[in-house]
Design a protein around this ligand. Structure first.
Ligand code: GCB
Length: 615
């Protein structure tokens, strides 16, 4: 009662009180807190936790379960040390081998090349803990099921191998020495996304950067600063604080556009804005990015943001209102030359420079969200991006849990990259089998994607596997839910011959642009022979020549992303002497040597570039 009166008397904002009570309650519970992602993490004050981590391989998970399979209260995450010579402790994280993080364990330790299971990681770090600061532990990604412990206390768990996650660890961090233990498990499961069956390496580990972000109590949690769909003279969006505090001032500053606007937050801690402006538009030819600064009462952060519009009109894709052709290539997130999981800026620059050299203005980042460096470097270099989630082949479409998992991955992909002008297409599936459960799943996912971001295009890679009377029909009913009809087709490799391309007809019964999201065939770089001999560079070259001639005739053809830029590791590819666990459909070998097909594409794209200059 006294408290209530005090509220009335002092006109204390009830929302603020409720929020404080809620925060206190949260702090009281020992189990912490996966919190909404801190947007643009690189712009914050971070303590990098990259580098040397100890690791323990634990195939039976006895660091987690006891011999009756009960979850241990004192598992490896306690990082215990024997206190006297008599005490039995059967592990020692400090003296265990060391691995560089980020990385995949498969290519770091020969014994783990095919390993799928649990590995424990541990890192010590120091913090000068400051009062009034929030400490957020951020992981760019870890594959697949990750449990995180700080100083022996569990701070959270994350499912999914390719999206970022973070935990509020303010209560667990102490001034001085700390340790973090991470249990990463990459066992495949039927109901996961992806499922048990896929054509890429299931790299395990803490595969992207780890950092401890030191933030003010109230920080700029997230923002969206873009042009509305189809409009080029209005910058719109919102900025949001992590706390629902009304009346906080946020300034948005874009010096080059002479924009400096003060915003006030509403009771959700959010400020919505609309600013008249005519920015130079981002294009692949001129990938203009503006320095954008955001100042709150406690924090200053900056970003580089490009402005562009992306739309479709009947069978055309329009970038800033201009009819464009997507001169693309598909890319897996594999580091060039050593072929482990890629994560760094250098990896991104090498891969994307090859795409640029081929004449690309577009890349399909397959089959899962790639690391943030890939997307940011693509944007800087002038490459449009197709970004996708691993709803791949036959996942458990009938399970709600699987749907939620896919939706979470989609949400987090969009959340992280929604300010990247380069990203023009969110893709939600690849080569899924027809059926009611799938249809329900994908249509639901498509409307979720539109709710999250209505400024970009939605697609899914369909497939064409047969052609009665040589007619290839693109009539997958899921095309109702996309802006761009995309399909993978493998004439000359999985069906038909290279020659058969000449006789094929294509029908797309939708008034929408068409992208060939995959075509291609394998060649072992350096293997030569007649163009009818599989695995030779000449066969692959001929496949490209015949396919391009055929595909270019498809009405509404708006882009291509052949499969694939570089040979990549896949456990499905066992042919000795040729595949040796590589999918050889790269137009560049895993050693970085270009195959003949690379030049066929380069030639085709040079011509397309000229053709579209005059449109
Ligand atoms: C496909 C898949 C891709 C495979 C490729 C292949 O259709 O989408 O993930 O790697 O074919 O090489 O078979």
């Amino acid at each position: 009662m006294v408290f209530y009166k005090a509220c009335i008397n002092k006109r204390v904002d009830m929302k603020r009180i409720l929020f404080t009570i809620f925060t206190l309650l949260l702090a009281a519970t020992s189990f912490a807190k996966e919190i909404p992602l801190v947007s643009n993490i690189y712009a914050r004050e971070n303590i990098s936790l990259n580098g040397k981590w100890n690791y323990v391989v634990d195939p039976l998970e006895n660091g987690y379960y006891g011999y009756r399979l009960e979850v241990l209260k004192n598992g490896f995450f306690k990082n215990r040390k024997a206190q006297n010579p008599q005490e039995l402790v059967e592990y020692n994280l400090d003296t265990s081998p060391i691995m560089d993080i980020p990385s995949d364990w498969n290519t770091k330790d020969d014994q783990l090349f095919f390993y799928e299971g649990t590995v424990w990681f541990k890192k010590d770090f120091e913090v000068s803990k400051e009062a009034g600061k929030k400490y957020v532990l951020y992981f760019g990604a870890a594959n697949y099921d990750t449990k995180v412990y700080v100083n022996g206390t569990k701070v959270g768990e994350h499912i999914g191998g390719y999206t970022p996650f973070n935990f509020d660890v303010t209560d667990e961090i102490t001034n001085g020495n700390n340790f973090v233990v991470v249990k990463v498990d990459n066992k495949r499961h039927k109901d996961n996304v992806p499922t048990v069956n896929m054509d890429w390496w299931n790299y395990g580990g803490i595969t992207r950067e780890v950092m401890l972000s030191v933030l003010p109590e109230t920080y700029l949690e997230d923002y969206f600063i873009q042009l509305p769909k189809g409009v080029t003279n209005l910058i719109t969006g919102w900025v949001k604080l992590n706390n629902p505090l009304a009346g906080q001032t946020i300034t948005i500053d874009i010096p080059e556009l002479k924009i400096k606007q003060k915003l006030l937050t509403d009771t959700d801690g959010k400020a919505v804005f609309e600013i008249k402006s005519k920015p130079v538009l981002w294009t692949p030819e001129n990938p203009k990015l503006y320095d954008v600064a955001l100042h709150s009462e406690n924090e200053n952060i900056s970003d580089k943001i490009g402005f562009r519009t992306i739309e479709t009109k009947e069978k055309q894709i329009l970038l800033n209102g201009q009819h464009i052709f997507l001169r693309g290539i598909s890319i897996h997130e594999e580091a060039p030359f050593y072929q482990g999981r890629a994560w760094s800026k250098e990896h991104a620059v090498t891969l994307l420079s090859w795409a640029k050299e081929m004449g690309c203005n577009y890349v399909r980042l397959a089959h899962y969200p790639h690391n943030e460096n890939m997307v940011r470097e693509a944007e800087r270099l002038g490459l449009m991006v197709w970004s996708e989630i691993p709803v791949y082949w036959t996942i458990s479409f009938d399970r709600e849990e699987t749907y939620q998992n896919a939706q979470n991955q989609l949400r987090d992909m969009i959340y992280r990259d929604k300010n990247r002008a380069a990203v023009i297409i969110w893709s939600i599936a690849n080569e899924t089998p027809h059926g009611d459960a799938r249809d329900k799943f994908l249509s639901r996912l498509s409307s979720f994607a539109r709710q999250q971001d209505n400024t970009r295009l939605i697609s899914m890679a369909m497939e064409v596997t047969e052609a009665p009377n040589n007619i290839n029909k693109l009539d997958d009913n899921m095309n109702e839910f996309v802006d761009v009809v995309s399909f993978n087709q493998y004439l000359g490799w999985y069906r038909g011959t290279n020659e058969s391309c000449k006789d094929m007809k294509w029908e797309v019964p939708y008034n929408k642009p068409v992208i060939i999201s995959e075509f291609g065939g394998d060649a072992l770089q350096g293997m030569h022979g007649p163009k009818t001999q599989r695995w030779t560079e000449e066969y692959q070259e001929e496949l490209y020549i015949q396919n391009l001639e055929m595909l270019d005739k498809i009405e509404g053809l708006s882009g291509l992303s052949p499969w694939i830029l570089v040979d990549f590791r896949s456990p499905r590819r066992q042919l000795p002497g040729i595949q040796d666990f590589y999918n050889r459909k790269g137009v560049i070998s895993n050693w970085g040597i270009k195959k003949k097909a690379f030049f066929v594409m380069q030639d085709f794209y040079n011509k397309k570039k000229e053709e579209y200059k005059t449109k």
